[in-house]
Design a protein around this ligand. Structure first.
Ligand code: CTP
Ligand code: CA
Length: 223
């Protein structure tokens, strides 16, 4: 971390990030969600604060303590996370989308608990807004917008598509499945931007967070 810019390479910078899963309400007692632990996002938030940044962490429900020096906003659904992100991201230096946002939500949450009436149950779903795409398209766009892409196959190819489609500066791709990434303390990232690809070999999420942020601090200084 103590690279070119001394011990606090992100001093004076504001970083906003999303982390964790979202919960999409089905009825008053049930929701649809995913296995995201929030560990990667929280590791980045902790490292960024240690590197001197002002950090705003927007998180879905996770079982993690708020890192020292980090401002935390708790949200439930993707729509809540979307609203919080658009409110906080304007004019920040770095926005990082670590959250595993539910791609779809039930068209409407049932007002009452769904009863076990039929042998099958169908739930109509509608696509959620793409939070990071909307942040990248803001009038007060963050200087750097960074996405994550967890893929079970064709990692680089899918990640490159997302980089372009969402208007990102960088995407951190990683393979999931077979015990990799979700809920674990280790990860391995391939950083892809328009003109280069860089591999961060398997390491703790804390170590990878520091490496990623050192690269982003470097990029900001070139801005
Ligand atoms: N993302 C987001 N809002 C969404 C969905 C995804 O901000 N509604 C962000 C994630 O936080 C991540 C990036 O987009 O930084 C890539 O997420 P991913 O789920 O891999 O991409 P999708 O576009 O949802 O494509 P798919 O799930 O079909 O692979
Ligand atoms: Ca998705």
């Amino acid at each position: 971390v103590e690279g070119l810019f001394g011990p606090k390479p992100l001093a004076g910078k504001r970083l906003v990030l999303t982390a964790g899963p979202t919960r999409e309400p089905l009825d008053p007692v049930r929701y649809l969600s995913n296995h995201s632990s929030g560990k990667m996002g929280f590791a980045i938030a902790a490292a960024a604060a240690a590197m001197g940044a002002e950090v705003e962490l927007i998180t879905g429900p996770v079982a993690l303590a708020t890192p020292a020096g980090v401002k935390r906003t708790d949200v439930g659904s993707a729509l809540e996370m979307h609203a919080a992100a658009l409110e906080l991201a304007g004019g920040c230096d770095i926005f990082i989308g670590c959250a595993a946002v539910a791609d779809y939500r039930p068209v409407a949450a049932n007002e009452h608990k769904i009863k076990k009436d039929g042998d099958t149950l169908s739930v109509e779903m509608v696509k959620n807004p793409d939070i990071i795409s909307d942040v990248a398209a803001m009038a007060a766009r963050p200087a750097l917008v960074v996405g994550f892409a967890a893929e079970t196959r064709d990692v680089e190819q899918y990640a490159k598509g997302k980089l372009a489609r969402k208007g990102l500066d960088l995407i951190a791709a990683n393979a999931v499945g077979n015990g990799l990434a979700f809920g674990t303390d280790d990860n391995q990232l391939t950083l892809i931007s328009k003109d280069q690809t860089q591999v961060l070999p398997q390491a703790s999420k804390a170590k990878l967070a520091e490496q990623l942020l050192a690269i982003l601090a470097n990029r900001l200084s070139e801005h």
